[in-house]
Design a protein around this ligand. Structure first.
Ligand SMILES: [Mg+2]
Length: 135
């Protein structure tokens, strides 16, 4: 599968790439705007991302806005529900408002940093992106 990591922190980008590369082809974006552009480019090429790991606090465009933009881009192409990308918010923000806003924005998962590999892999299983047998 194609995976997009949208994250402004260099170390976090490396960690996500390392954790996720066994499960697909990982691309990274360094801020929100770059993330939306990468997502759109992939749709235009007919090779959409199946998974997006999305930070919230980022320059240019925050992750909540990126999430909205992603769903708008999909809606324009009549990509809905299960056909859309699975978006997991990966953030230091653990307050109720941030979590509610993200789920209203139609994210599928929400992980609070520091991200543990086991929790990330469990999310991929829960979302049906990888098989239950994979460790
Ligand atoms: Mg950040």
């Amino acid at each position: 599968m194609r995976i997009l990591v949208v994250e402004d922190d260099f170390v976090s980008r490396c960690v996500f790439s390392e954790y996720l590369k066994p499960y697909g082809e990982v691309d990274v974006a360094e801020n929100g705007l770059e993330g939306v552009n990468a997502f759109q480019a992939a749709l235009n090429e007919g090779k959409p991302f199946q998974l997006v790991c999305l930070d919230i606090m980022m320059p240019e465009m925050d992750g909540q806005t990126v999430l909205k933009e992603i769903r708008i881009l999909e809606e324009k192409r009549e990509i809905r529900g299960l056909d859309g990308a699975k978006v997991i918010m990966t953030t230091a923000l653990d307050d109720f408002q941030s979590i509610m806003t993200a789920f209203k924005g139609q994210c599928e998962g929400y992980l609070v940093k520091p991200i543990e590999k086991a929790k990330l892999v469990q999310q991929l299983k829960n979302l049906g992106l990888i098989s239950d047998d994979i460790s």
